[in-house]
Design a protein around this ligand. Structure first.
Ligand code: AHM
Ligand code: MG
Length: 337
């Protein structure tokens, strides 16, 4: 039987660091701490039906959405892990209106800030459907030795140093990029380690899956309605229509399409011209991963990573996935604008 050598997430991070002569290990330590928090949250998610963590926490977050107990737990775990890393001077999270600065001597000297959605797709928690954590890492632009500032967080996505997600699904995976390709690690529950299972992920440039909430169809722009019609017709290559697949959990929908080829769309609608998803901690990290896997991400017209954020919880229409599919959707949007 062929023997495979296991590479754990930590080994991989250290190996990658060794390839950069000037790297001092700060980013590696940060990623390591994110991996630890992911394992803790995963344990809780796995036990969700058994312990009292299902349902709402009785509070609303900054978007006016009811917070789930697990949202609050995940937010706390990742916040603590990032603070403990000593490399992160502040975070912005879906769950908090303002930035959180870790105002102590060690943290103020930290070089990085993190934006995150600690538990995305949380309406799926109570029904045992995949959910995820999304994160993005930037170098601060304010001077070290002081508290992090808002301007550290309002950087365009093309300045990301690293980004990734954890998917709590039928197995738990951590997928991340530091701008040199995308690698996926599956949590082996037997040894409690994320192990390299999906090296150098490249998404197919053409796909067969389209993912969007068609319940909003009547409010979609005309170009998108026409693109959906195009997807439902037989395509040139396979002479079959494309497949509609939508979980309603960004990480899970994106992850499936990344591996199989497809497009994920959260479009502008008549009521929400900027769509629903947030630029800083949902679209930018996913867009960085998509591009690093040879895919694309846009707001229907412009590259997501070039948008300069105006505020922390800014929303943006989101088209991402296989390059040819995103370009075709953009063309339909343009033709019917
Ligand atoms: P959340 O951050 O409050 O969980 O909301 C984001 C989620 C995404 O995971 C998903 O793509 C989208 O909301 C689904 O929205 P809708 O129910 O409108 O289709
Ligand atoms: Mg979210």
């Amino acid at each position: 039987m062929k023997q495979y050598r296991i590479t754990t997430l930590n080994e991989f991070i250290i190996r990658r660091q060794a390839n950069i002569p000037y790297a001092k290990g700060e980013l590696s330590r940060l990623l390591h701490h994110i991996g630890i928090a992911a394992k803790v949250v995963n344990k809780k998610v796995n036990k969700a039906g058994l312990v009292d963590v299902l349902g709402t926490a009785g509070k609303e977050n900054v978007q006016g959405e009811i917070q789930q107990k697990l949202d609050v737990f995940a937010d706390m775990q990742f916040t603590t892990a990032l603070k403990d890393s000593g490399e992160c001077c502040g975070i912005a999270s879906e769950e908090n209106q303002e930035i959180i600065t870790f105002d102590d001597e060690l943290a103020n000297d930290g070089k990085y800030i993190v934006t995150m959605d600690p538990l995305d797709g949380s309406t799926n928690i109570d029904v045992n459907v995949s959910i995820g954590t999304i994160f993005s890492i930037y170098k601060r632009i304010s001077p070290r030795g002081h508290k992090a500032e808002l301007r550290d967080f309002l950087q365009s996505g093309n300045r990301q140093i690293a980004a990734g997600y954890v998917i709590y699904g039928s197995s738990t995976m951590l997928v991340y990029t530091t701008g040199r390709g995308v690698n996926g690690f599956t949590l082996d529950p037997a040894i409690g380690e994320f192990c390299l299972s999906h090296p150098d992920i490249i998404t197919p440039e053409q796909g067969r899956i389209y993912s969007l909430n068609e319940g909003n169809y009547t409010n979609f722009p005309e170009g998108l309605k026409q693109y959906i019609k195009y997807c439902q017709e037989k395509d040139e290559a396979t002479h079959r229509p494309k497949k509609a697949r939508y979980i309603g959990s960004l990480v899970a929908d994106f992850h499936r399409n990344l591996l199989k080829g497809g497009i994920f769309i959260y479009p502008p609608t008549a009521n929400s011209p900027n769509g629903k998803l947030r630029l800083l901690y949902e679209c930018n990290p996913i867009a960085f991963l998509a591009e690093q896997a040879n895919g694309k991400a846009s707001d229907g017209k412009n590259r997501i990573l070039d948008i300069v954020p105006q505020n922390l919880h800014q929303r943006v229409p989101f088209f991402t996935g296989s390059r040819i599919m995103v370009e075709r959707a953009e063309q339909f949007m343009k033709d019917h604008s």
